[in-house]
Design a protein. Structure first.
Length: 109
């Protein structure tokens, strides 16, 4: 079971990296649906595992996103004015998402 699980993780990670480099999208957009479809094959409860899977995918692909962003900055493809304009929305989304998760966890207690 451990060997199959490790093989699945390696295949999903390498597949997500290859496909995301071909179509220029975030690797997490490929990896998360793959986990959604393949987790039931291992009799793993989707509700128990999905939050750690999402967090792991986001953290694992940060270096790839930073590398792509640095390359785009070097080519002059980053519009800094749009980044400044969208920054308050990103901050508000983070705060609202955090408060929703915390309130949901408090309701479960």
């Amino acid at each position: 079971m451990i060997l199959e699980w490790c093989l699945l993780l390696v295949l999903i990670g390498s597949g997500a990296g290859a496909v995301s480099s071909l179509i220029r999208c975030a690797p997490a957009l490929i990896a998360l649906p793959s986990f959604y479809f393949f987790l039931p094959l291992f009799d793993v409860s989707f509700d128990e595992v999905m939050l750690p899977v999402i967090a792991t995918c986001l953290v694992a692909f940060i270096p790839a996103h930073l590398h792509a962003w640095i390359r785009a900055m070097q080519k002059g493809q980053v519009d800094f004015q749009h980044m400044i304009n969208f920054a308050p929305g990103f901050a508000m989304g983070g705060i609202i998402g955090n408060s929703v998760i915390i309130s949901d966890q408090l309701c479960d207690l």
